[in-house]
Write a protein that binds this ligand. Sequence first.
Ligand code: IFM
Length: 452
Amino acid sequence: MTHRIAFPDSFLWGAATAAYQIEGAFDADGKGESVWDRFCATPGTILDGSTGEVACDHYHRWEQDLDLMQALGLTAYRFSMAWTRVLPTGSGRVNLAGLDFYDRLVDGLLQRGIRPFVTLNHWDTPQALHDAGGWPARRTAEAFVEYTDVVSQRLGDRVKDWITHNEPWCVAFLGHYLGIHAPGVRDLASAARSVHHLLLSHGWAVPVLRRNSPGARVGITLNPAEVVAASPSQADLWATNLEDGIRNRLFLDPLYHRGYPVDVIEHMMEREQVAFDYVEAGDMDAIAVSTDFLGVNYYSRTIARADNTVDNLPPVITAEENEHTEMGWEVYAPGLYNLLCRLHFDYRPASMIITENGASYSDAPDAVGRVADARRTSYIRDYLAEARRAMDAGVPLDGYFVWSFLDNFEWSFGYQQRFGIVWVDYETQQRLPKDSALWYRDVIANNGFDTA
Ligand code: IFM
């Protein structure tokens, strides 16, 4: 018997990308160097030795890409702006050519009836700012506000949905503790300082966005996890709580006015000698500024085990059951339901938007040019069904953005992972909607789908 999964008329159907992952044109028209430009140029950092120098060449092919979005019926598009296109060294001199690019992009979206969701920081911090201290330094938070001001003065009349940061956990912990993302730092104190200055810059940027973009909706995107224990042992429960603390509460608690979680702070202070002397009076109130939505990026649940720790923090995580995507991430759709409910009942964000969800599978075009990516379709279908179930439980969910619109540069994995609903041939730059894109087009057209 088929079962209809229907969404409200106002539900947003989108796709997401990020500047460094698709734009290419890494030094065009006055763009400055970002930490990802520098990181990729450092041997041994990227699995296949590739870079985002060309990526999907979206910088030059944006009109064709927007046409394809329109053909698929997307009602919203989430993209990030490259800070270094606008302010090549992070602050000071504005590069008008960079701003002009995003101006054209926004107009192109609006002309096609697609709502632009702008992410200001999707990880490509200006290298010059990093050289001057980077996210561990308060000065970078001030520079982020300057950048926000410049961008929103120019686009704030037309962009009405703003996201300050994408997944600050990744910037702090992958970039500054594990060193597997740019800027490649391995120091817990730097990670902790980065958390604070990323959150603080969000808090400072929100009023600027409200001033320059009247009537806009403003939020931040996190990558919270449903964390479950590998076993009921006390050690695994300890690891689970710590992982939940670092991945979720360290960000959510301050954003929702609870301050930093004491257990995580104590852990970092006692076990890792992190001093929290950089938190100044007024910072926690600034961070807890009221927002209109919480962006949720969710792919897989996290299973925490205590017996496999990396320098005690964070615990190494394994997901052992069920199917896995080519990233090695467990396919576990009920985790989305659990997470959305937890976020709603614990933190009560005004609303939530799934700003990323999707799967990496490398299914390629067959002889007649069809990409039969049935596993991606079934992944998206199952996760959407769980999102709808969460809405039935009272979660105020306003929209869904599939990650990603295009196959693209997957950070330290280079071009070895394909998350797109649209295939990209990196040799010819040809785009080819996969079966999942055509299925998604029908979902959008019908505002829902039938399950078997
Ligand atoms: O590609 C990334 C994206 O940039 C941030 N969220 C997770 C995606 C898949 O790893």
